[in-house]
Design a protein around this ligand. Structure first.
Ligand code: MN
Length: 216
């Protein structure tokens, strides 16, 4: 995933067809979520930054982490929309019709060592995702000591601002599941575990180790 992009941001194409996540996530939801919601975050971020060429070479991560350096007037819209782009790119990339835990060659043993068996991890992650009140995300993220944490964020907040590196996340805004699951967030989460792109999660995990200079 190209997180080095900067203004003018573009809508990241999906790496799978709209219907590839069926039956777990229906194609109408994927289409509206990607072409509607994510596109809107991209457009709003570009519109917000357009009059400020000084920040046109800032990456998404920089816009998020150094938000407080930006002019007061654009801090909030940049936080919401850069977060919206960043989180959704992670989310769409962390899903795949080819979900194979054995692709997480280094990550899975680390989950087992630090959190518990896969079943225990899934149980804890689900409980956390159910705890998100209103809109937000549940994450598996790494701290600078290599510790894996399950953590929630609200709205379009990210884990970058609390010095964590993202490994995987689930979007639990209602727009991520309402068309198919209505109020049954629990069923959406259960099904989501069938479409985790473990190959991408492994890549994210290794990127985190490198970012924190923990790569052995
Ligand atoms: Mn969303």
């Amino acid at each position: 995933m190209n997180q080095n992009q900067h203004y003018k941001f573009e809508l990241m194409p999906l790496s799978y067809p709209y219907d590839a996540l069926e039956p777990y996530i229906d194609q109408r939801t994927v289409r509206i979520h990607h072409d509607g919601h994510l596109k809107t975050y991209v457009n709003n971020l570009n519109n917000t930054l357009e009059p400020y060429p000084k920040y046109h070479d800032w990456t998404l991560e920089k816009l998020i982490i150094f938000n407080r350096i930006l002019p007061k007037k654009i801090q909030t819209p940049v936080r919401h929309n850069a977060g919206g782009v960043y989180n959704h790119q992670l989310y769409f990339n962390i899903m795949s019709p080819h979900s194979d835990k054995s692709d997480a060659k280094r990550l899975m043993p680390e989950i087992e060592k630090q959190i518990g068996s896969y079943e225990e991890f899934a149980d804890k992650f689900k409980k956390s995702a159910l705890d998100v009140f209103g809109s937000g995300y549940a994450w598996l993220a790494m701290d600078r000591n290599g510790h894996l944490k399950i953590i929630n964020t609200a709205n379009q907040d990210t884990v970058l601002t609390i010095n964590l590196c993202p490994v995987l996340l689930i979007d639990v805004w209602e727009h991520a599941y309402y068309l198919k699951y209505q109020n049954k967030r629990s069923d959406y989460i259960d099904n989501w575990f069938n479409i985790i792109n473990w190959e991408q999660a492994e890549k994210n995990f290794i990127d985190c180790l490198r970012n924190f200079k923990l790569e052995r």
